[in-house]
Design a protein around this ligand. Structure first.
Ligand code: S3P
Length: 432
């Protein structure tokens, strides 16, 4: 479905964007391994997280929706059943990689596949360490690409350096580590999102964390996980689109309610502040072990360009496309480097952002590991391709709001992967 987004006068109001995708995935995947029933309040009902629910049902977990609260009947650490067909992971890298970690510890055989985008995404980053732990894994290109098959069991702990600072890789190894003899250690050059560690600790797993020169997590073989009650806050990666809109559209003011501000996730908001944006965390509190705030964002006419470097990427990895949109309105040149991981997301996000920006009349230079965006530019408008990537569709929708002639987006409906209500929410805050 195509969508055309036109210039608006301002955006105003209050929004509670949908719940966090990362925590929602984990609230089903990890609680499936508990001894007993866990509950999840405010579970994100979007393409990717519904894929997770589907997959864990096929692995024998009873998952119920009782008046909007999800009940996960955990089957224990090694209690998943062998699925009788290929598991369809849809568009979801998180479901795939974390589930490979879980399956590595189960004495069953499973085959995983996904959509056209997911079948292009690299899996050896999890297949290699999981093989080292003892799982047997095969797939196209020697296990690099889906479909992948896995037979788990008899794991032993490893010491792993998570060079890409990938939370999906870290999580896969820690989840396998629960069922591995001895200790399993993951060390990171830069700390990636820590929701898996937080949830595992809350469920009683023996976890040691060292915040020394490198962030290091160690898990030991575990007998059981206790069930928990999770309440999922609003997703900062979804809030980022509306925060960006409020910052670049004159006369705007928006309150984004209940947003997760975990420091491994809020790098985008910190970057906006560094650019000179008028943005404030209010009503800071804790919800189910995570810090949340209501974020007040106002139009900010004097934005300055910024640099983004490798160590900053993990805390804003999914927000680089929307940051690039904001950079088109800042004084000076914004230089983003160290972001080569963006090339292997739901689309090649460096290419998608650069080509589409050029299509709407913006001067931008592509780098191997990032981009250089010229600021204070007029957005003429035109046609962009989302490459069926939800974050590309939403980022260019926001840019459309300040375009002269409107921006038409190909396959805009892919926003449902993380944010099914995106276009309705947009409609509810714009003033024409
Ligand atoms: C995620 C980790 C990140 C992120 C993705 C969700 C997670 O991926 O891009 O959208 O929930 O663990 P990487 O682990 O590949 O950095």
């Amino acid at each position: 479905m195509e969508k055309e987004i036109h210039r608006v006068k301002s955006i105003k109001g209050e929004l509670r964007v949908p719940s966090d995708k990362s925590i929602s995935h984990r609230s089903v995947i990890i609680t499936s391994l508990a001894d007993g029933v866990s509950t999840v309040k405010n579970f994100l009902k979007a393409g990717d997280t519904l894929t997770t629910v589907n997959v864990y049902r096929k692995l024998g977990v009873k998952i119920e929706d009782e008046g909007g609260i999800i009940k996960v009947h955990g089957v224990g650490l090694q209690g998943l059943s062998e699925p009788d067909d290929v598991l369809d992971m849809g568009n979801s890298g998180t479901t795939t990689r974390l589930t490979l970690g879980v399956l590595a510890g189960q004495n069953i055989y499973a085959v995983l596949t996904g959509d056209e985008s997911l079948r292009k995404r690299p899996m050896k980053r999890v297949a290699s360490p999981l093989r080292q732990m003892g799982a047997s894994i095969d797939g196209r290109k020697n296990g690099e690409l889906l479909p992948v098959c896995i037979r788990g069991g008899n794991l032993k702990g490893i010491n792993f350096f998570n060079e890409k600072a990938s939370a999906q890789v870290k999580s896969a190894i820690l989840l396998a580590g629960l069922n591995a003899e001895g200790e399993t250690t993951v060390k990171e050059p830069f700390k990636s999102r820590d929701h898996t560690e937080k949830m595992l600790s809350a469920m009683g797993a023996p976890l040691k964390i060292d915040n020394g020169e490198f962030y290091t997590v160690t898990v030991s073989k575990t007998e059981k996980l206790n069930p928990i009650d999770v309440e999922v806050p609003a997703d900062p990666s979804s809030a980022a689109f509306f925060a960006a809109a409020a910052v670049i559209i004159p006369d705007s003011e928006l309150v984004l309610k209940d947003v997760l501000i975990n420091p491994t996730r809020d790098g985008f908001f910190r970057k906006l502040k560094e650019m000179g944006a008028d943005i404030q965390y209010t009503n800071i509190r804790e919800k189910a072990g995570e810090p949340v705030a209501d974020i007040v964002v106002k139009y900010s006419p004097d934005l300055k360009s910024v640099r983004v470097v490798k160590e900053e990427i993990p805390s804003m990895v999914d927000e680089i496309p929307i940051l690039a949109m904001v950079a088109t309105q800042a004084e000076g040149e914004t230089v983003i480097t160290g972001a080569s991981e963006l090339r292997v997301k739901e689309s090649d996000r460096i290419k998608a952002v650069v080509e589409n920006l050029k299509n709407v009349g913006v001067q931008v230079e592509e780098l191997e590991d990032g981009m250089v965006i010229k600021g204070k530019q007029k957005i003429k408008g035109g046609y962009v391709d989302s490459y069926k990537d939800h974050r590309i569709a939403m980022a260019f929708s926001i840019l459309g709001l300040i375009s002269q002639e409107g921006i038409k987006i190909k396959d805009a409906d892919c926003a449902y992967i993380s944010y099914p209500e995106f276009y309705e929410h947009l409609q509810s805050v714009v003033e024409k």
